[in-house]
Design a protein around this ligand. Structure first.
Ligand SMILES: Cc1cc2nc3c(=O)[nH]c(=O)nc-3n(C[C@H](O)[C@H](O)[C@H](O)COP(=O)(O)OP(=O)(O)OC[C@H]3O[C@@H](n4cnc5c(N)ncnc54)[C@H](O)[C@@H]3O)c2cc1C
Length: 371
């Protein structure tokens, strides 16, 4: 698969609009249109339905490249891949065209899981489907939905009407009862349109993804591996962009009275070294995790839990150091380091949050049940 020729035009569009998307908190329409044209929306879906047949390693390559150009575009893309892989794991029979549309770029997907009542514990929706005549009615309020109002397919969760389990549904945007219910104003990923939404859908069963009550297993077995890995990839992309910008700036900026650059100050270059080493070890762990998801092994679960937390924390450290070594030049925004710093904060709080993942990882290595 020639990823580069597909990705390059998207990167140049995303780079061109990245600053404006951030400044105006505008949805990155041009970059998303370029993604649709590139075929990359089908990156990890099978070739038989129009996808590219790529895997976890290709996902990391694409999202980390995108994050350096425009963090919002990278996260919109990742939510699409996470939604598309979930639909692929249990496509609704009565919507045979849904998956090919997600694979070929006709449809942009997203996940609508978080609810105010269970906050970042997305695996435990407090909403519950109800029996309505011979079918079920979904009535759920979702607190953050990336691409709200812009996506074509919303994969959402709710308590099952028949059990204590969770049901997942994939609703096309034109389904009666879907509404954007608020405004998005975030510190980072400002173009993400991560707005609340309401889902009040009658006769919902034809949109069900997977088996009734099977949502929890899909969240753990499908959503978490793809989302956690991709989210780690976004963190690596932001960390790479911040490190490169910091090296560039500190090498060029002069202390004319001393006839030396900022990077010739021992304190500054030691900080640059720490960033670079932190980035290299994080990237290696993310690549290792991609391999464990592509070719499952005994420690795959640990990698799924650890990779997002590790990369999210590294991104906080690295982008913070980039702000520090570049001083006022970073503070005044023209290096874009402030954008990487703000965008990096989002990955950390996106569920499963880094701190929840550390807790799960600790449970896993001490033989305690995760839930
Ligand atoms: C930019 C952005 C885009 C988003 N897009 C989507 C989307 O498309 N779809 C979607 O469903 N959601 C989305 N979300 C929501 C996200 O996944 C989280 O649900 C949300 O950020 C959680 O915020 P909260 O304040 O409610 O978390 P809280 O649950 O209140 O967490 C607050 C703090 O408590 C910590 N904490 C909570 N539980 C534990 C625990 N058991 N152990 C240790 N620490 C814990 C957390 O780590 C966090 O530090 C998005 C969020 C952001 C910021």
């Amino acid at each position: 698969m020639d990823l580069k020729s597909r990705l390059d035009p998207v990167l140049s569009t995303a780079r061109e609009s990245g600053r404006q998307v951030d400044a105006e908190a505008a949805f990155p329409r041009d970059a998303v249109a370029a993604l649709r044209d590139s075929g990359l929306l089908g990156l990890t879906l099978p070739e038989e339905i129009g996808g590219l047949g790529g895997g976890p390693r290709e996902l990391v390559a694409v999202v980390s490249g995108l994050a350096g150009a425009c963090g919002s575009t990278a996260m919109i893309y990742l939510m699409h891949v996470s939604a598309a892989m979930t639909v692929a794991a249990g496509p609704p029979d009565e919507w045979p065209d849904m998956l090919p549309a997600l694979a070929t770029g006709r449809s942009l997907g997203t996940l609508a899981f978080s609810e105010a009542g269970s906050r970042s514990h997305f695996w435990a929706p407090v909403s519950k489907a109800q029996h309505s005549g011979s079918d079920v009615r979904v009535d759920a309020r979702k607190s953050w939905v990336t691409s709200a109002g812009f996506a074509d397919v919303y994969v959402t969760s709710t308590g099952s009407a028949d059990s204590d389990g969770v049901d997942l549904f994939a609703f096309p945007s034109e389904t009666p009862g879907l509404a954007v219910a608020g405004q998005w104003h975030g510190m980072g990923l400002r173009g993400n349109a991560s707005t609340p939404m309401t889902f009040e859908v009658e006769a919902a069963s034809t949109y069900r993804v997977g088996a009734p009550g099977g949502g929890f297993d899909l969240m753990l077995g499908t959503v978490m591996p793809w989302f956690n890995l991709g989210n780690a990839g976004v963190s690596v992309g932001l960390s790479t962009a911040a490190t490169e910008a910091a090296v560039r700036h500190t090498s060029a900026a002069q202390l004319e009275h001393l006839d030396q650059s900022l990077s010739s100050l021992p304190t500054i270059r030691a900080q640059l070294a720490k960033m670079s080493i932190d980035l290299a070890s994080t990237r290696a762990y993310v690549e290792q995790a991609a391999g464990r998801i592509a070719e499952p092994a005994d420690d795959t679960v640990l990698h799924v839990l650890g990779v997002k937390a590790a990369a999210n924390d590294a991104a906080l450290r690295i982008t913070d150091t980039a702000m520090r070594v570049c001083g006022g030049a970073a503070f005044s925004e023209h290096l874009a380091i402030d954008r990487y710093f703000r965008d990096a904060r989002a990955g950390h709080v996106m569920a499963p949050t880094a701190d929840v993942l550390y807790d799960f990882y600790g449970k896993a290595i001490t033989g305690q049940p995760l839930f």
